[in-house]
Design a protein around this ligand. Structure first.
Ligand SMILES: Nc1ncnc2c1ncn2[C@@H]1O[C@H](COP(=O)(O)OP(=O)(O)OP(=O)(O)O)[C@@H](O)[C@H]1O
Ligand SMILES: [Mg+2]
Length: 305
């Protein structure tokens, strides 16, 4: 049997151990900066809370921005819980390596979508191998961000008005992403947070608002998703959550970008790869309004800087 080589700790290694870790980090940073050189804005869609519709609204906003003539791409930053490949209908479109990097899969509407769901077998996670038994969590988190960095550097993003980054859940991780993206895109980066009209969700999102403010990240605003149930038959919006919780994004200390009702047809679209030509409905109309307010909010932030 082959015994694994014992792993040295930092205390056993002199200097950087010959790894030139700082040089490698600088090289990767340079590669990411040049890959993102043609990207006008990086818009990260987060929440802190899981399952509130971040991925659905990311794609809905991308569609609304594309309809306004913007060149848009989506990066699904949830490497182990990718949604965008299925939602955007690119699960069967693998990334194509080219001389200058990876050509991202593109929807018919022109939106490029990079999601590990395009390259992972169904139900299989990305496995971050580690020989560092016991410290695996540290290593895996580092590897996850390293892989994201590699993706950002390798994909041919081209000229984009907006790169939408669909963030995984977790207020703490939202902060990590804020630090990563602000470090790479600086002033071009802004955040959008998604909440729903439940007190539980509002509490978590409030924590994300505070944590983001502490990092200095720009928060364009909050979208309230699942703001009532839109009945396609009668056209009315009925409450989904208790009235006390249905107070919009108010009280979160961030501008409201609007409310999007729950529309079962939207959930069906997201499950079926969001084919074109099947839109309509109150949620899509609401997303158009959100996209307009988002652009106005970002322009105001950019003018103020
Ligand atoms: N406004 C809406 N109308 C109808 N269905 C919706 C709406 N918003 C979200 N959904 C549905 O709710 C489910 C959860 O949404 P989604 O996956 O976008 O949440 P998420 O916040 O990205 O979750 P996670 O935290 O796991 O990343 C999906 O099935 C999605 O289609
Ligand atoms: Mg998601």
């Amino acid at each position: 049997m082959i015994e694994p080589t014992p792993v040295k700790t930092y205390h056993d290694i002199a200097g950087d151990g010959g790894s030139d870790v700082l040089g490698q980090a600088a090289a990767q940073r340079h590669a990411i900066e040049s890959a993102l050189a043609g990207v006008r804005r990086v818009l990260a869609v987060g929440s802190g809370k899981g399952g509130v519709g971040k991925s659905t609204l990311t794609l809905g906003l991308a569609r609304a921005l594309a309809r306004r003539g913007q060149a848009v791409a989506i990066l699904d930053a949830d490497l182990n819980g990718p949604s965008q490949a299925q939602m955007a209908g690119v699960a069967a479109s693998p990334w194509v390596p080219g001389a200058d990097g990876l050509e991202p899969p593109r929807r018919r509407d022109g939106i490029a979508v990079v999601s590990t769901g395009s390259v992972l077998a169904g139900g299989r996670p990305v496995e971050f191998d580690t020989v560092s038994h016991g410290d695996g969590h540290v290593w895996r988190a580092t590897r996850e961000f390293a892989l994201l960095g590699q993706l950002l550097a390798t994909v041919r993003w081209g000229q984009l008005d907006a790169l939408l980054v669909d963030l995984p859940p977790g207020a703490e991780r939202t902060v990590h992403f804020a630090e990563l993206l602000m470090g790479l895109a600086g002033d071009r980066c802004a955040f959008v947070l998604v909440t729903i009209p439940s007190e539980v969700a509002r509490g978590v999102v409030a924590r994300s608002v505070t944590a983001l403010a502490e990092t200095g990240a720009r928060l364009a605003g909050v979208i309230e998703n699942m703001a009532g149930y839109w009945c396609r038959d009668c056209g009315a919006v009925k409450p989904l959550f208790p009235d006390a919780a249905a107070a919009g994004g108010a009280g979160l200390g961030a501008p409201s970008l609007g409310a999007v009702p729950f529309d079962p047809a939207l959930a069906a679209l997201a499950d079926r790869g969001w084919p074109e030509g099947e839109e309509g409905g109150a949620a899509i109309a609401a997303l158009d309004g959100v996209a307009a307010r988002l652009l106005a909010a970002i322009e105001a932030i950019e003018e103020a800087r």
